[in-house]
Design a binder for this molecule. Structure first.
Ligand SMILES: NC(=O)c1ccc[n+]([C@@H]2O[C@H](COP(=O)([O-])OP(=O)(O)OC[C@H]3O[C@@H](n4cnc5c(N)ncnc54)[C@H](OP(=O)(O)O)[C@@H]3O)[C@@H](O)[C@H]2O)c1
Length: 325
């Protein structure tokens, strides 16, 4: 089978290459999936470069333990192990597999039977590959941790990315007024998908602009914990899903103290992969949410696409079709 391999950490276009490798066979509790589509995520940008260095504690200190990156997929079950009873050969499946491993930048993968769920017929393979990670991050941040309510004033920092574009649509189900913060190049796209207000982060620091929000969803966490407090209304909530590790740790530590004494809450989301994906699919089927797809591109283009993602040039989710020429 064809796969995108890396044997050392470094710039994606230097260390990644398309190669022919042996097709894997499923263990007793695994399924072999013929991957139809996959997507690029922040993990890939970090994993391939081995940065931040903290990642190397988990994924190999001097060189990567596992040579194939990629964590979201949609595809067809091609074979099942002896103890697999929740999937059938020929069934379409999808999911965020990061709880069980990586390796979706390939034509096939063997993965634990619980890493994927059945894919509804109403969703294309490209859409199914784009949905799992971003939609569950957005849903868990806004609904489960952020306790979003009807008509609130919401701000999404990093609104033009994978999580931001789905987060906007989820917030609109609650008739919220949504402000999106992102790079100037993404502002037109953000307006076109329904952000009520947009802010170019290079021009305006939203924490100092005087506006206050009921709920802030942050995909970037690049400011101090106290500056986020100043942008929240009384009883407001700030939920971060990502950003620099150091900044996340600071927010986490400060939140322990601030949450004891303030009506405003700071929280850091720890993702539960694939949780409530069936609800997301229902919203998708009803036309209440859709994916902003950048692509689809071919598997051979993956090294350049990870670089493109890391440079922040993408709009929405970067999707790769593994069987395109
Ligand atoms: N909490 C968890 O358990 C968990 C699990 C997995 C992943 N994550 C994290 O979740 C995040 C996923 O977000 P995503 O998929 O939406 O990423 P994304 O597609 O890269 O979106 C992030 C957006 O933020 C923009 N941006 C960059 N700098 C910014 C700034 N200073 N202010 C405002 N916006 C800025 C980026 O634009 P430009 O770069 O073009 O400027 C991009 O459009 C990642 O950080 C990932 O590490 C969290």
């Amino acid at each position: 089978m064809k796969a995108i391999l890396f044997e050392q950490y470094g710039p994606p276009e230097k260390v990644l290459s398309l190669r022919e490798v042996e097709k894997p066979s499923p263990k007793h509790n695994e399924v072999l999936i013929k991957i139809k589509a996959t997507a690029v995520n922040d993990y890939d940008w970090s994993l391939v470069r081995g940065q931040p260095y903290l990642y190397r504690l988990m994924f190999g200190f001097l060189k990567p333990k596992h040579p194939i990156s990629g964590m979201e997929l949609s595809g067809i079950v091609a074979e099942i192990g002896a103890d697999v009873h929740n999937h059938k050969v020929g069934e379409a499946v999808f999911g965020d597999i990061s709880e069980y491993g990586f390796g979706t930048f390939a034509e096939y993968i063997c993965i634990n039977k619980n890493a994927v769920i059945k894919q509804p017929e109403t969703i294309s393979f490209e859409e199914a590959a784009a949905l799992p990670h971003a939609s569950t991050l957005a849903l868990q941040a806004l609904r489960d941790i952020g306790k979003i309510e009807q008509g609130q004033k919401v701000l999404i920092n990093g609104g033009g990315g994978g999580v931001g574009t789905i987060g906007l649509q989820l917030a609109k189900l609650y008739h919220c007024h949504v402000t999106g913060v992102d790079a100037q190049e993404k502002i037109e796209m953000m307006k076109s998908i329904g952000f009520d207000t947009t802010i170019d982060y290079k021009q305006i620091n939203f924490t100092k602009a005087g506006e206050k929000y009921d709920l802030i969803l942050d995909c970037k966490t690049n400011k101090s914990a106290f500056s986020y407090l100043s942008a929240l209304k009384v009883n407001g909530r700030y939920v971060t899903i990502g950003g620099k590790v150091g900044s996340l740790i600071k927010v986490l530590l400060w939140s322990k103290l601030i949450n004891l004494f303030s009506t405003k809450k700071l929280q850091v989301l720890s993702l539960k992969p694939n949780k409530d994906l069936d609800y997301i699919c229902e919203l998708f089927r009803e036309g209440k949410i859709k994916c902003e797809i950048d692509g689809p591109y071919a598997l051979a283009e993956t090294p350049g696409l990870i670089q493109y993602f890391g440079e922040g040039k993408h709009k929405g989710k970067v999707v790769i079709k593994t069987d395109s020429p």
